[in-house]
Design a protein around this ligand. Structure first.
Ligand SMILES: [Zn+2]
Length: 174
């Protein structure tokens, strides 16, 4: 029997186990980073939020920050809400402000969740947008001014409007 051999085998197995445990911990902390605590999120508080960009960067996921604060656009046909038909309310994922109800959602085929009307007039802010050589109307959250998407006048009745919204910045509750 070679005692040294057994000793090294045990050492090897132990170090391997340690390594796996460490990797698991790393994965966990990476996930926590994207699942950030957001003290500004509330479905009841309607007070307007004025928060510095660096603070938003701390409380939003990188995807949410890109859409909401840098006026980004998610890839079409990637949102889980695009063909989502559950009954409930859609909130701003950055601040919790109620934006749309599922009854006003429709299948536009444009690749992004689409609604024909916001939940109420003050839930959304409208701003002219002339970027990318187009005349569009940007829609922002009425509470935190997160960029949500754009509104177009080719929607269905009764409004004739199509609110084309990035799913990343939507939060759904039944
Ligand atoms: Zn908001």
């Amino acid at each position: 029997m070679n005692i040294k051999f057994y000793f090294y085998t045990i050492l090897l197995v132990l170090s391997f186990t340690n390594c796996t445990a460490q990797n698991n911990n790393n994965n966990k902390s990476n996930m926590q980073k994207e699942n950030k605590a957001n003290p500004y999120y509330s479905n009841k508080d309607t007070n307007k939020l004025v928060i510095k960009e660096e603070e938003w960067r701390k409380v939003l996921t990188s995807e949410q920050f890109y859409i909401a604060r840098q006026k980004g656009t998610e890839q079409p046909f990637t949102s889980k809400f695009e063909n989502f038909k559950e009954k409930g309310t859609y909130y701003c994922a950055a601040c919790g402000n109620a934006l749309f109800i599922s009854d006003t959602k429709f299948e536009s085929g444009c690749g992004w969740p689409s609604f024909y009307q916001p939940i109420n007039k003050s839930s959304i802010i409208y701003t002219p947008d002339t970027t990318h050589g187009m005349q569009r109307t940007e829609v922002q959250c009425g509470r935190c001014k997160a960029h949500l998407g754009h509104v177009f006048n080719d929607g269905p009745p009764p409004s004739g409007l199509r609110y084309c919204i990035n799913g990343v910045i939507l939060d759904f509750k039944k």
